[in-house]
Design a protein around this ligand. Sequence first.
Ligand code: ZN
Length: 377
Amino acid sequence: MVSTTYFAPRIIHGAGSIDKLDEACRAIRTTSLFVMLSERTKQSLANHFEQLTANGISLHFFTDFQSEPTTDHLQSALHHFELSKADGILAIGGGTALDLAKALSVLAANETLTLGDIAQQEQLDKIPLIAVPTTAGTGSEVTKVTVITDTALKRKLNPGHPALIPDGVLLDPELTLSMSPKITAETGLDALAHAIEAYVSTRATAISDTFALEAIRSIGRSIRAAYQEPQNLQARDGMLQGSMFAGLAFSNSSTNLAHATARPLGTRFLLPHGLSVALMHPYVVAFGLDAAHDRYAAIADALGTESVLVFIEELNVLFELKEEAKKLLDLDELERSIPILVDDALSGNGIETNRKIPTRQDITEIYKNLVTDLMGE
Ligand SMILES: [Zn+2]
């Protein structure tokens, strides 16, 4: 099989690497930077921004977005970017800031295109982009995918194109120390799912496998400590590196059924992405185990466990994910919505690349099992 692998061109990594922000900006030759971040991050990194200004880079801040990026946020960002006349983009934050910035970097340079057109283009111009994740994470800083909810269609769009890969990445685990245990758990399990799904995907390659197994090892040995000891810098670094490797893995392979079944929970029930994926993942592993025995054995080995399924189920219990889901979901409504969720799952990515291709009935069973378990809790 012939495959093409895409990397991020420049990754500056290590505790305190945010001090290299100036170097990252020089590398993309920007003199006017459009900065996407939360108000809180803006305050906490104020001295770094003063430094950039002192070095002759003018800054235009954009903070007008919330969790889970939408086409409305993107329109607003495009509008403000045009007004700013900036020549570079810096995104500092979780998956929301990064995914919006990636879409912006391509659409701002291709005014006639929409999000839905990106994947079909051969070559795309772009505004240079630096990505600085503050969560671990989506791995969005190194992937060629952006996930944005189309508010009109009520569907998550996830176009992929190499032009969406950020040009510079700063991976500083100190920026992730303030993640709450809940976010650490949910986004950490999402990252683990990225690596596991990439590894069992029919699109996996020898290169994506290497990233996936390293991600699984790194996250497997760090996730409990990062959750239980928020200030453990080594564990935070393990999670940040792990989510980056997981990003490289799935960006060059694919995510599969856990993501396909999780996406509708986000669009229809506004359940956070990480929580949705973490909830669905055990059912999907149980469904696919018999079709990829060797692959799951290698994953178990990387996790240092006998059973992948037991490992992730135990984490879901430790992190109290079902309790959290029950707070956010109307279970009767969820049960009634199963046919719609199945339609949504079947129409998204990750079905054809699943090692065992699920039927409509299989996906219905997976959602039913989820509802039964949540009702039984
Ligand atoms: Zn994910």
